[in-house]
Write a protein that binds this ligand. Structure first.
Ligand SMILES: [Zn+2]
Length: 310
């Protein structure tokens, strides 16, 4: 009797597109065919009691992996920690989590932005001429990422485009937080990580909030998620075509550590405030007694809450 393994057809492996999983010859072939690196950004944060914490990371990973398979390029290691808790996040957390426990993979703005700067440096030095960064964590951080990317591209011949994933379908679908939009995306990618049969509110001590679950999450379906994801991929395909046309002739020069620091110093001295360090215009203040209050106006090393060096 056969144990069955001999008669099974060989599993078809998906095309390898991850820097971490490519052999040197494979990476160089892919880069020669399309010198674009994909950079997924996300984090772990509450998405209700019905969905996994890593929703933002999972969708960014999927969009970048699938984008590289369809349009070319190489997927860089995922940035799985992100800006949270500071600026506009503080009031949002008070509203959707309250003072409950919340497991969040938070980095302050300067750590994430400096990391992003050095990721761009590493990608330029690894021979890529363009970067498409997709952040599954939306809300305003993409504005700071884009400003830093522009500061980098002004000094280094590396084309960089940054998208929060809802921006890829703006005007067609409204992004949300753990609502119909996001939960549908996760249902399409990883249905095993969603359980809509769970009550929207927690049942443990202090778990009185909906843990950031969107009001229309119950309307989420995998089919709707697939439609959103396909529309996002089509938009990314346009970005690759546009970027590819602009890459010809770009000079390859190694970006030194000191040059990266120069770019950071210049970025940090720009008079524009960081979006992620301050409340949004018109956003109500965080209650004085809230544990989220200290993040509301953030000033960190090398950069103050107005975006200027202290
Ligand atoms: Zn999310």
């Amino acid at each position: 009797m056969s144990d069955g393994s001999g008669s099974r057809p060989p599993q078809r492996q998906p095309e390898q597109v991850r820097w971490a999983e490519l052999l040197p010859r494979e990476l160089r072939l892919r880069r020669a065919a399309c010198p674009i690196a994909w950079l997924p950004l996300g984090l772990c944060e509450p998405h209700g009691y019905v969905a996994a914490f890593g929703l933002d990371t999972i969708k960014a990973d999927w969009l970048c992996d699938e984008g590289a398979r369809r349009f070319g390029g190489v997927v860089a290691p995922t940035q799985g920690w992100h800006i949270h808790e500071t600026g506009y996040h503080a009031r949002w957390l008070e509203e959707v989590i309250g003072e409950d426990e919340a497991e969040i993979g938070t980095l302050p703005p300067d750590i994430l932005l400096r990391t992003f700067l050095y990721q761009l440096r590493a990608l330029a030095n690894a021979g890529f001429r363009g970067v498409i960064a997709v952040t599954g964590h939306a809300g305003g951080n993409q504005v700071d990422l884009r400003r830093l990317a522009a500061a980098f591209s002004a000094r280094v011949p590396l084309a960089v485009e940054v998208y929060a994933d809802p921006e890829l379908v703006s005007g067609r679908y409204d992004g949300d937080h753990a609502g119909k939009f996001e939960i549908s995306q996760l249902l399409a990618i990883r249905p095993d990580l969603v359980d809509l049969s769970r009550p929207p509110r927690g049942d443990g001590p202090g778990a009185g909030s909906r843990f950031a679950l969107g009001g229309d999450a119950a309307e989420a379906t995998a089919d709707h998620g697939r439609i959103i994801l396909e529309a996002q991929l089509a938009s990314l395909g346009e970005s690759v075509r546009r970027m590819s046309a602009s890459l010809a002739g770009a000079a390859v020069t190694r970006v030194s550590l000191s040059k990266a620091e120069e770019i950071w110093a210049s970025f940090a001295s720009e008079p524009l405030p960081l979006v992620t360090a301050n409340p949004l215009p018109g956003q109500p203040p965080v209650s004085a007694t809230s544990k989220w209050k200290p993040g509301e106006r953030w000033a960190g090393p090398g950069i103050d809450s107005a975006g200027q060096r202290p």
